[in-house]
Design a protein around this ligand. Structure first.
Ligand code: HEC
Length: 131
């Protein structure tokens, strides 16, 4: 009786894995996964090498970034590429940006990438709280 049980498990596990992979693909293409802003605040330390919430640094300041037009802080010297991108920052554009800025905006001067979708979502949830 051991064998059928094992087979059932194998089939179920394969199905679960396939569903998880399908779900992950869908999440990156259509809507980003939900984020945890408290965790995002901790993860934001990686951004602080170049950014801060209220002051321009190597990168532009971040307060109010969600809902803002890309390249629109008046006293920050953006690349022409980002300035002319026509993007508005929301959870979808930010997710694509943080996955690979140069793929979204060729010619940008931000090179920092985050491969993990959950990490991106947590950071975006934190950015959304910076009103
Ligand atoms: C190594 C430096 C560096 C790091 C690290 C970095 N950035 Fe940037 N970021 C930049 C620069 C430089 C720009 C301006 C890009 C341009 O003008 O093309 C920028 C621009 C941006 C913009 C566009 C803002 C606007 O006003 O249009 C966002 C959003 C952003 N960064 C988010 C992040 C987040 C979130 C992190 C951390 C996960 C991060 N960045 C990490 C250098 C960095």
């Amino acid at each position: 009786m051991k064998r059928p049980l094992l087979m059932t498990c194998l089939a179920a596990c394969a199905f679960a894995a396939a569903t998880a992979i399908a779900g992950a693909t869908e999440a990156t293409v259509t809507s980003p996964v939900p984020g945890d802003p408290a965790h995002g605040k901790t993860l934001y330390q990686a951004c602080q090498a170049c950014h801060s919430v209220d002051d321009n640094d190597l990168g532009p300041k971040h307060r109010g970034v969600v809902g803002r037009r890309a390249g629109s802080i008046a006293d920050y010297n953006y690349s022409l590429a980002l300035k002319n991108s026509g993007l508005t920052w929301d959870s979808t554009t930010l997710d694509r940006w943080l996955s690979n800025p140069s793929a979204l905006v060729p010619g940008t001067k931000m090179y920092f990438k985050i491969a993990d979708a959950q990490v991106r979502a947590d950071i975006i949830a934190y950015l959304a709280e910076l009103k």
